[in-house]
Ligand binder design. Structure first.
Ligand SMILES: Cc1cc2nc3c(=O)[nH]c(=O)nc-3n(C[C@H](O)[C@H](O)[C@H](O)COP(=O)(O)O)c2cc1C
Length: 452
């Protein structure tokens, strides 16, 4: 589902908030997006002639369910299916994203937001970068871009992932890495680009498996991009470094300033009446787009060692650092194995709780109830010191240029298999841990009707 179709659907559903007053992308727009976090918003007059700005696009699971033509429970199975069976996309011409072409690009024409006074500069936050690795082929992923000139950015490129790996190969070969940055990409493309499949798996083929993703050949770089994007910035990730940041990231805390690669833009193409996608850093859209696409790989990893039913990368952990995993337990060790597998399935995970199938992983009260009634810290707690972890966690060991490191913790909050003496519990004893429910009743019959 492309951005325009999504906005039309949101308007029909009465979800869309339209702001027609003139709004400044310098600080003012971010404040409005923050105040309306969780709602799709369209700024029709962002004091950049001919442009509109959309935000809050990916701020609810329901939006993704609509984009994938499924319901909430169907999202993760669809992502798993696409991850397991990517489909090579085909090319179209002419392409909507190339209706207007600027061979003398000036980033000043785009409504790039400055979000906070303390930011290092205006930032592109919803850019999907398409590159080609000489060994692994095409890769698509997100990189925040701090504007430092009329045609230049510094890009935050996390060490060890697809873009970083390809860029280091280009540097070693003493050349720049060609890149095409897609703005206002279709929602299924955003989901696919946020997944982290094995090297060599093309995220745009995952996108095609989710929904039709026709591609366009770029004009100045040897790359292809989703033809229904709103804007494409064609250029190169150079060998030059410059400071990137300060900037708030997912955790809503300041990330550190680092020397990062400079990106030079050689050509800008876009649709007529283009819509710029402004993703609020630290907002719901940022968090959900980071975490939801990791639930498939987390589910798959746990399914290899236990009977996994549901996984949830939770909002309290910014949809990134915390997860709840629901299993049907068939053996004493299933909880511990699920904990270890969860950390394999999502490398940035910091804390995980494993629960039984009668506990809803989307309900934090039920999860806490399971910890309160089924968990013993001297039996069911697993701590893994000094693990590779997320650079977004301000409490992690952060050394520029090195992978962040943290202690990780898993809680097995499933019904115990043995008693304190090690004797296996009977099925009846284990059922004693389950919540006793009251028969549901329709109370309407018992309520006094005031209108006599
Ligand atoms: C909204 C959003 C912003 C992101 N920002 C960055 C970023 O600035 N730098 C980065 O390296 N990864 C960022 N990521 C994470 C990567 O895009 C993501 O991990 C991707 O899946 C990596 O793919 P790869 O393993 O195929 O390279 C962001 C993800 C999302 C959803």
């Amino acid at each position: 589902m492309n951005l325009r179709d999504f906005l039309a659907w949101a308007e029909r559903e009465g979800l869309l908030i339209t702001v027609s007053r003139s709004v400044d992308p310098n600080l003012e727009m971010a404040r409005i997006l923050h105040a309306l976090d969780g709602r799709p918003v369209l700024f029709t007059n962002p004091d950049r002639p001919g442009w509109q700005v959309a935000g809050g696009v990916c701020s609810r699971r329901e939006h993704f369910a609509r984009a994938l033509n499924t319901d909430l429970a169907g999202i993760v199975p669809r992502l798993i299916e696409a991850l397991q069976h990517p489909v090579p996309p085909t090319r179209v011409e002419p392409a909507p994203c190339q209706e207007v072409v600027h061979y003398e690009p000036d980033l000043g024409m785009l409504p790039i937001l400055k979000h906070l006074v303390g930011d290092g500069g205006p930032y592109v936050t919803a850019g999907v970068a398409v590159i080609r690795d000489p060994e692994y082929g095409r890769n698509a992923s997100f990189h925040r871009l701090m504007q430092i000139g009329a045609r230049t950015f510094t890009a935050r490129i996390v060490e060890g992932r697809g873009t970083d790996t390809a860029w280091r190969k280009a540097v070693a070969a003493q050349r720049d890495l060609e890149v095409a940055i897609c703005l206002g990409a279709p929602l299924h493309v955003l989901l696919a680009a946020a997944m982290s499949p094995a090297p060599g798996v093309d995220e745009l083929a995952i996108a095609q498996a989710l929904a039709p993703t026709p591609l366009a050949r770029c004009l100045t770089v040897d790359l292809e991009v989703p033809a229904e994007c709103e804007v494409v910035l064609e250029g190169r990730i150079t060998r030059r470094l410059a400071d990137e940041g300060p900037f708030i990231d997912l955790t809503e805390t300041w990330d550190i300033v680092r020397p990062q690669p400079v990106v030079e833009i050689d050509c800008i193409t876009h649709r007529r009446s283009p819509i710029y996608h402004a993703l609020l850093p630290g907002g719901l859209e940022h968090k959900l787009l980071m975490g939801l696409p990791r639930e498939p790989t987390l589910f798959q990893a746990v399914s290899e060692v236990a009977d996994c039913r549901l996984v949830h990368i939770t909002p309290g952990g910014m949809h990134w650092l915390h997860a709840v995993v629901q299993i049907v337990k068939h053996g004493a060790d299933d909880g511990r194995r699920a904990v270890e597998a969860a950390f394999r399935g999502h490398g940035s995970l910091k804390h995980v709780v494993v629960v039984d199938e009668d506990i809803d992983p989307f309900d934090p009260n039920q999860v806490e109830w399971a910890i309160a009634t089924r968990f013993q810290a001297d039996r069911d707690l697993w701590v893994f010191p000094d693990q590779p972890s997320s650079s977004l966690d301000p409490s992690a060991k952060l050394v520029p240029g090195q992978k962040a490191r943290s202690a990780k913790m898993g809680l097995d909050a499933t019904i115990p298999w043995h008693d304190a003496g090690g004797r296996p519990l009977t099925a009846e004893e284990r059922s004693g841990f389950r919540r006793v429910g009251y028969e549901p009743i329709d109370v309407a019959d018992y309520l006094e009707r005031r209108d006599g």
